[in-house]
Ligand binder design. Structure first.
Ligand SMILES: Nc1ncnc2c1ncn2[C@@H]1O[C@H](COP(=O)(O)OP(=O)(O)O)[C@@H](O)[C@H]1O
Ligand SMILES: NC(=O)OP(=O)(O)O
Length: 339
């Protein structure tokens, strides 16, 4: 039974966790976890399209280029994005094919080199916000910032990272190819690393120095192909409010109106959880059934509503039913009960 189209977006930090050493073998192991789950989804009747991040990987690639700049010619940031899209696309394509074969399924898997169009006037080019590469201590980060002339930010209590411009994705150049492959029954891997950022000029497409947020690109792709579900896989099982605070509370269901309210209150940091929440809101507002944020292990359970944070339509309660104070009180009660 066909259960709908599911866009599965795998976070770069989920593929290369800050606890890992960054080896290819560790990345393959993490990809194996998610691919086994994707095979289960396919067996259950979902049609799957895979996207992935590249934040840690594209930063590593950029550093590699910088460190060898006196030996070989240095690459561009869009080129680094293309390198990571190729490498991660290859790993996912290989691991997924192996897992499908083990399960006795003969489906084609194809990773598409995907260019994503951005606006050259996007203000993100003047204000870098996208964290990439390794997590540093404050002292290391200051040295990296001086050495490579890059802005550094603190990333969700995990350490300091370089940031690069992250313009809004406005179009996916290879969308028709992706759609044709989907229609033919292939499992498609697309818009890796948010897609290779390009702008349209009079003489055609040209790459630009940026890293597009893969959650934003995945949401755009999900809307373009009319997906039913958008799964954003990352390092946490559920989204929290008051993240890493004594009154932290996990969310099971987040209606769009409340997600917007929490975003406005600054509950979700830029560069990590905020882009996921925004991508989920855009998807649901466009007509997607639901968006889910969870970790690699819980894809199937989260789709069945057993875990993860689901973002969906939900009626905003009246002020009398649910004042801000009442919501805060309920949150505190829930967090006390869960301790
Ligand atoms: N409110 C929040 N709830 C849960 N996790 C959060 C929250 N705010 C920040 N985070 C952190 O953000 C991470 C997700 O962002 P990031 O690692 O950039 O994503 P990705 O896995 O796509 O690379 C989570 O693993 C968690 O460490
Ligand atoms: N490009 C991108 O958003 O990568 P991450 O998901 O790894 O941050």
């Amino acid at each position: 039974m066909q259960k709908g189209i599911c866009v599965v977006a795998i976070g770069g930090n989920a593929i290369l966790s800050e606890n890992d050493h960054g080896t290819i073998d560790e990345q393959i192991e993490n990809i194996q976890i998610v691919c086994k789950k994707i095979v289960e989804l396919i067996q259950q009747g979902y049609q799957v399209i895979i996207t992935h991040g590249n934040g840690p990987q594209v930063g590593q690639t950029l550093l590699r280029h910088k460190l060898s700049a006196n030996i070989v010619s240095e690459g561009t940031l869009d080129g680094c994005g293309a390198e990571t899209q190729g490498l991660l696309g290859y790993l996912i394509q290989q691991v997924l094919r192996n897992e499908l074969e083990k399960a006795g399924l003969s489906l084609d898997v194809a990773a598409i080199v995907t260019q994503v169009v951005v606006d050259k006037k996007d203000k993100a080019f003047q204000d870098p916000t996208k964290p990439i590469g390794p997590f540093y201590s404050k002292d290391e980060a200051e040295e990296v910032s001086r050495k490579y002339d890059r802005k550094i930010i603190e990333d969700s209590g995990r350490g300091y990272r370089m940031v690069v411009p992250s313009p809004i994705p406005v179009d996916i150049v290879e969308k028709n190819t992706i759609l044709s492959l989907l229609k033919s029954g292939s499992v498609v891997i697309a818009a890796g690393g948010g897609g290779i950022p390009v702008v349209r000029q009079d003489n055609g497409l040209v790459g630009v120095a940026a890293v597009i947020d893969k959650d934003a690109a995945s949401s755009l792709l999900a809307r373009m192909i009319g997906a039913d579900y958008l799964l954003l896989l990352t390092g946490v099982e559920k989204v929290c409010i008051n993240y890493r605070q004594p009154n932290e509370s996990q969310l099971n269901f987040l209606p769009v109106w409340q997600a917007e309210q929490y975003l406005a209150e600054g509950q979700f940091p830029e560069g990590s959880m905020a882009p996921k929440i925004r991508a989920a809101i855009e998807f649901v507002k466009f007509g997607g059934t639901k968006a889910i944020i969870t970790n690699l292990n819980n894809i199937c359970e989260a789709l069945q509503g057993e875990t993860g944070t689901a973002i969906g339509q939900g009626d905003k309660p009246t002020v009398a039913e649910y004042s801000t104070e009442a919501i805060a009180e309920k949150t505190i009660m829930e967090s006390c009960l869960s301790q």
